[in-house]
Design a protein around this ligand. Sequence first.
Ligand SMILES: [Zn+2]
Length: 214
Amino acid sequence: MTLLRQTFQRALELVLPARCVGCGKARTYLCDSCVDSMEVPHPRTIAADGYAFDGVTSAVVYDGIARDAVHQLKFRNVRAIAAYMAVPMARGISASLALDAVVPVPLHRSRLRERGYNQATLLGRSIAEQIDVPFEPTWLTRKHQSGRQVEAKDVAARQANVRSAFLSSTAVAGLRVALVDDVMTTGATLDAAAAALKAAGALAVHCYTFARDV
Ligand SMILES: [Zn+2]
């Protein structure tokens, strides 16, 4: 998206009244009853079997209004919807986990330039405020485009490619981290990001996504 188009979209966001993406209700981007109507995945939390993370909790199933909300956030530049999507995510975070930091899954620099913002950063910042845990958007970085993985010839090579895509600050050493992303599909991205955090010494990595593609 060009800077001009981004600026135009932001201006539209300011001029047009907010509407719920699901029902069109005014003065909200996602109303409570639409959130309540979304299907909850069963189980809400998937255990860590075979993954570097300790578990992944998703608020809703990636379908219907939930899918529309993700598209508004990711592709329509409706940044303000993130705070509404973060509410059911934060609700699913157990206080007993004693989290030390909220870290968003980063975008590669070129993707960030293209989109102008990272949707996981917007969600993560809002969650961190709600659960009163420090927000650390710079601890995890993306070294190369995961899109290149399709060029890798076999499964092992692809996995190695994804696994090497992230780099973590050693500031995470000894800490319990909440890793935030918008959608979980195969879990490969969360796994790779969690592996980097663990390699840098993170004690635990619990993942939180708005939606799960089931
Ligand atoms: Zn609604």
